[in-house]
Write a protein that binds this ligand. Structure first.
Ligand code: HEC
Ligand code: HEC
Length: 309
């Protein structure tokens, strides 16, 4: 059997080849230039498009879906697919813990940006310090929208339950008004510009305050094992078991600076049994901070080269 004849390839002469290359290139160049040439007002638009591709505007919805929804859920209801021992926050329905505000205790933008940059040590929430400032701001904006949504849903659920229990009919206007009043950023807590430096006397005085006000939960040595923790009713507002921080570990979810810890002591940690220590005097608070910080391990010793002192 003879193999079939291969198809004859038509051969182009020199002119044919030039035409084959030059014509499409000219057409493409002309098409590219035309809109801007004949419609100058388009030129800025075209350049604008190019500029936007290089720096896409920060989009809170997209960034949240990309970085946060796996834990916080697509609507911020704390129901992401990641299985976590400390559940991610259901924004609005559960309070913020790490705020520098009293009143509504809704955090400031600076509080939320600090939480995102720091991450929440001792929980699964990582640091997002790698994001740009405009991206962090966009995420904060989206968290605020979700917070309002969650608060509204929570208040509606409560109103429906009250109705089931024989209360008034649910009035969406009233629920909206309450949600609007509660979603405002709280009143900033006045934080002292300076704190008393540590000293053995201050630490000793702080230890006494701790034994009286803190040890029932945090334990006599601050290990998070105080007598209250064995009570089955020692739970967070969402029903999960409350775990006082082991203060010897030096892991602070809301930041380890004195200003951060001062806010935790004055405001408490909303949604958990950690109380607001508003009855303590400024002197006691200063000593307590020095004592709390004295419990965590000192920083690793610096290596001193031999021959130096
Ligand atoms: C790997 C899981 C995980 C990811 C990803 C994550 N979070 Fe969280 N987030 C948590 C957990 C867990 C908590 C609660 C921690 C706690 O209460 O100790 C939390 C709490 C928070 C809080 C509450 C802080 C407060 O003051 O109470 C905010 C705000 C927050 N996350 C925002 C975000 C944003 C925005 C993103 C995305 C940029 C994000 N989180 C990504 C797990 C995550
Ligand atoms: C009724 C129990 C209770 C008492 C009393 C209490 N705490 Fe706490 N504390 C807790 C719990 C629970 C947590 C952990 C909250 C959470 O889930 O993040 C906590 C957390 C903390 C943290 C960690 C803050 C952070 O950023 O991670 C510090 C610091 C702290 N407490 C100090 C104190 C001091 C000082 C006192 C005494 C003035 C005190 N606590 C009294 C229950 C208590």
């Amino acid at each position: 059997m003879t193999p079939p004849e291969p198809h004859a390839v038509p051969r182009l002469g020199f002119v044919g080849r030039v035409v084959l290359v030059v014509v499409p290139v000219t057409l493409a160049a002309f098409a590219w230039g035309t809109p801007a040439r004949f419609f100058p007002e388009l030129r800025d638009g075209l350049n604008g498009t190019v500029a936007q591709v290089a720096h896409p505007p920060a989009d809170g919805v997209r960034l949240f879906a990309q970085h946060c929804a796996s834990c916080h859920g697509p609507q911020g209801e704390g129901d992401g697919v990641a299985h976590l021992t400390t559940k991610a926050r259901y924004f609005g329905a559960e309070p913020f813990k790490f705020t520098s505000t009293t009143g509504t205790r809704i955090p400031t933008d600076a509080d939320l940006v600090a939480t995102l940059k720091r991450g929440i040590l001792g929980s699964s929430m990582p640091s997002f310090a790698q994001l740009r400032d405009d991206e962090l701001a966009a995420l904060v904006g989206h968290v605020r929208i979700l917070t309002r949504q969650g608060l509204y849903a929570q208040l509606t659920r409560k109103a429906l339950k009250d109705f089931d229990d024989g209360g008034d009919e649910v009035d969406p206007v009233k629920v909206t008004a309450v949600a609007d009043a509660q979603v405002h950023v709280g009143t900033p807590l006045p934080i002292p510009a300076a704190f008393k430096p540590t000293s053995p006397q201050s630490v000793a005085a702080g230890k006494v305050v701790f034994a009286g006000s803190c040890a029932s939960c945090h334990g006599p040595a601050g290990r998070g094992d105080g007598p209250q923790t064995v009570d089955p009713k020692f739970v967070n507002d969402n029903g999960t078991k409350a775990v006082p921080r082991n203060l010897t570990a030096g892991v602070y979810k809301g930041g380890g600076e004195k200003a951060n810890l001062y806010a935790r002591l004055m405001i408490g940690i909303p949604g958990t049994p950690m109380p607001a220590g508003t009855t303590l005097t400024p002197e006691q608070l200063d000593d307590l901070l020095n004592y709390v910080l004295s419990m965590s391990p000192p920083p690793a010793p610096t290596v001193v080269a031999s021959g130096t002192k």
